[in-house]
Design a protein around this ligand. Structure first.
Ligand SMILES: NC(=O)c1ccc[n+]([C@@H]2O[C@H](COP(=O)([O-])OP(=O)(O)OC[C@H]3O[C@@H](n4cnc5c(N)ncnc54)[C@H](O)[C@@H]3O)[C@@H](O)[C@H]2O)c1
Length: 439
């Protein structure tokens, strides 16, 4: 494909403030990881922005720079952290409690981590049943709370001297709820905030505060949050990028790696049974049926979109797809997932695949947080606004334009991400046609 004009991208000058509602296992593993990498105590494995290359031009040109040398990203040394949590523990204490990273490593990072103290959270027990904490904003309407968050953000910016900000929800999974009339337009949403509409969840108040201030927003949980017309309207009005939802880690990552392969070879699937044991605070929250339902929705949608049973009814129409998560404290953050996949091949002969993934949830999620922060900041500086579908690569349930089905296939998502970067820099998009090599 022909080259286009490069997009004008502002240089990443000054500090980038990362604001995290929910400083639990994922949030603190991310913060501690960045601090460790800065000091040479670890490597950013799992992060495309830090480790991946991008091919440019023809295969014979041998141009494969690192992504971070190809597009102007913020440097890790320029990142400063802030956040909110319903518990007052600082990032050091919270990371110790999460038990993801070794104490010896955390002790080496104690000073910078202990300095990250969570601001008072916006909380509503109707949206989170299994946990509650004391570090919350108590007074006022939902609009007053949005205003209080905006005041927190302005103070954080002043205190740290950050020139740009990004907000990424790493908070607990809220109970399942569907879009209501207050979510349909910005006007209705702001009325709902003033009138304390029960359909507005805490995560939506954070998203509103960020977008209103022109700050890019991403959602790492399966909550509805920014997946509503009102907040997309706000993002577009303010010229801000946003993305979501639910970090693609663990079992769903495996599913989106394996299922495109089965479909590529036209192998049928009759059933996919997935079960997990998980013992961290996320597992405790997901033990509540309301929060689990939110998670189940994003986990279940993946196979339908990848396998396209409407196009291939003989192969995929009647798949039995079951997802279970069991809270099992002894395992902490070290989740174990089992998948049993019943497949069939030539003449319908059945076969089985078993996947037993002993993963570390937050170790898989932290590099996603880093990449999303850096790419959302890049998108903002490149003047991209509204839903950022090119970041689907990182999500279980990617946001898309209304009426457009999401692309779940990890490899298509990766191609889309890299082609978007090529497009930004005015490089040829890569189609893999490759006929020119044989002319
Ligand atoms: N770990 C993964 O691999 C992974 C993958 C996909 C999605 N997620 C999602 O990311 C989120 C974080 O996961 P985790 O393992 O860090 O969970 P966690 O329970 O360790 O951390 C969540 C934190 O959010 C805080 N919180 C809850 N409500 C809040 C509010 N209204 N304002 C501010 N803070 C609030 C909690 O107190 C807790 O400290 C969850 O929603 C989870 O489902 C995680």
């Amino acid at each position: 494909m022909a080259k286009t004009q490069p997009v004008k991208i502002k240089a990443p000058r000054g500090k980038l403030g990362v604001l995290i509602p929910g400083m639990g296992a994922v949030g603190t593993t991310f913060i501690a990881g960045v601090e460790a990498i800065r000091r040479g105590l670890g490597k950013p494995f799992g992060s495309l922005t830090q480790m991946a290359t991008i091919r440019l031009g023809k295969r014979t040109e041998n141009r494969t720079p690192l992504i971070k040398d190809f597009v102007p990203l913020a440097k890790l040394d320029d990142i400063v952290f802030g956040g909110w949590d319903i518990f007052p523990a600082n990032a050091y204490e919270s990371a110790l409690q999460a038990g993801v990273l070794d104490k010896t490593l955390l002790d080496q990072l104690k000073k910078p981590l202990a300095a990250v103290k969570p601001m008072k959270a916006v909380f509503d027990p109707a949206y989170l049943h299994n946990i509650s904490g004391p570090n919350i904003k108590k007074k006022g309407s939902k609009m007053d709370k949005a205003q209080a968050l905006m005041d927190d953000i302005k103070q954080f910016k002043k205190k740290t001297g950050a020139s740009r900000l990004v907000m990424l929800w790493c908070g607990s999974t809220e109970v399942y709820h569907q879009p209501a009339s207050c979510h349909q337009s910005l006007k209705a949403f702001e009325k709902g905030l003033r009138e304390d509409d029960p359909n507005i969840a805490p995560s939506q108040i954070y998203a509103y505060a960020a977008l209103k201030l022109g700050i890019p927003f991403g959602n790492g949980a399966p909550n509805l949050t920014n997946d509503v017309p009102a907040l997309d309207e706000l993002a577009r009005n303010r010229g801000v990028p946003h993305a979501g939802k639910d970090f693609k880690t663990g079992q769903t990552l495996m599913k989106t790696i394996v299922s495109p392969g089965l479909k590529a070879r036209m192998l049928g699937v009759t059933g996919w049974f997935s079960t997990n044991i998980l013992g961290n605070r996320d597992g405790e929250v997901l033990d509540d049926p309301g929060s689990f339902k939110t998670k189940e929705q994003t986990k279940l949608s993946v196979l339908d979109y990848i396998l396209q049973p409407n196009l291939y009814p003989e192969l995929y129409k009647d798949i039995v797809h079951v997802v279970r998560i069991n809270y099992y404290p002894p395992r902490g953050d070290a989740k174990e997932g089992w998948d049993n996949v019943d497949i069939f091949g030539w003449l319908g002969y059945p076969m089985q695949i078993k996947i037993n993934f002993l993963c570390r949830d937050s170790i898989l999620a932290a590099p996603i947080v880093l990449d999303l922060v850096l790419f959302l900041d890049l998108a903002q500086r490149a003047g991209m606004k509204g839903i950022q579908e090119w970041l689907s690569f990182y999500f279980k349930a990617p946001l898309t334009a209304p009426g457009l089905y999401p692309e779940h296939d990890l490899f298509i998502q990766l191609m889309k991400l890299k082609n978007t970067l090529r497009w930004m820099r005015g490089e040829e998009l890569i189609t893999h046609l490759g006929l020119e090599y044989y002319d």
